[in-house]
Ligand binder design. Sequence first.
Ligand code: ZN
Length: 474
Amino acid sequence: MEITRRDLLKNSAVTVGGLALGSALSICSTSSAQSSGDPAQMNSLLANLPPYTPGSETLGANEMRISFMGTTCIPMISQAAVSVLVELGNGDCFVFDMGTGSIVKYWAMGINLDKIYRIFLTHLHADHMGDLPFVYGFGPSFGRYWPLYIWGPSDSNFKYTNPMGNVRGPFADGTKAYCGHLTEMMRWHNESQAFLFTSFADYVIPPYDPNPALKRIDAYDLVPIELPWKNTGKDARGNPNNDNIAYNQKGVKITHFPAVHCRAASLSYKLEWTTPSGKVLSMIYSGDTLPNHYMIDNARSGVDVLIHEIVMSASNWIGKMGNDPATHPRAVQQAQNVQDSSHTTHKAYGYILNQLSKQGKAPRLAVGTHFQATDDTIKLALEDIRKWYPNGDVTIAADTMVLNVTPGGVTKRRAVVSNHAWPIINTRIPYSKPQPPKYWQIDPNTRRPNGNPVAQLDADQYRQVIDKSLYNAI
Ligand SMILES: [Zn+2]
């Protein structure tokens, strides 16, 4: 089903009299738009969930919490680009993707950068890693006193020969190259903040560091852990060979399997946690992908939560972006091409759920994400999914949606957050042997090395700084 042309003209960024109305609409406050009853400006599905106050609950020993910190590919005030936080009752936390704008949601939800240090990237599109420069660069200033670990796909090794015989690639385009470039890109930033304590001699290098000999203990160390993106955990004959384990510690196993998306080298992830009670809680996060059989194979174990991307029809997509699809067929075709290379339609997700259901292995909760979730789009998505999957529990993700998963069930709530939330910082440094900051001086009181906050300023310019005694005189 399509959104009607009349609805599009009513609801989206159409141009009237040469003026774009879309931005004016989007600036409307959520509450007034919500109360206006415009289905393109509200998300009743989220609004009607029971409230949850972040920080008000301790996770049970056998409980998993999944928080949606970004749920679209198009960042907007209501939804950041994709990121999912998984917290476990054993204290572990894992981040899947770190899309543009998601850090705002982490902070609003009371999650500081000291919990964003094990990041699993599905692929290297900007809507899945756009906030990494911020998280990497400011982590050491906001409580992450140790390196940042990034799991992600290895080089695509893709080589293309065009009809003229010209060759493109292969490129160093994997996670290792990405992290190397990011480190270089952040040089000025990282040096500028390096009068802080960023390195502690008693930090214990974790077993998932792929090269402990490098002794990466500094908070500005960015440690890539490349995953061979073709691996499936099975050999050519289909026998298990465990070649797809990304992480395996303290009862938590995270495996990867191929996502089929846009260009070779994208991943989906599956997290399985054996709780103290012995029961296994599990989730799958698809990242971006065309609907595929790897997914059905991996979800066939019967996961608690299956988080899968979905996309609206190409014509609705173009309509939402301010153009009447009926008069912009080329734009619709472009959008269709993107979908055909990259994404899963509502119906295709329904089909996957149907296939699982037929085997008695439907997820306890199916979530659609990477999706612009408003009443009008949600209605169409659920109608299509239900054609194949009429009965199982399905929802559409939005930022601040929180799932609590226990052996007893999955509950859905919405976090109550402030538009004015500050990061909540734990000031207790978990180590006792600080190494001198990179820019340091001897503290006249303690006679020990301490940061020198002005060491990197230009001396001539620093002499132009107004003396505190002048403006503090009153
Ligand atoms: Zn993508």
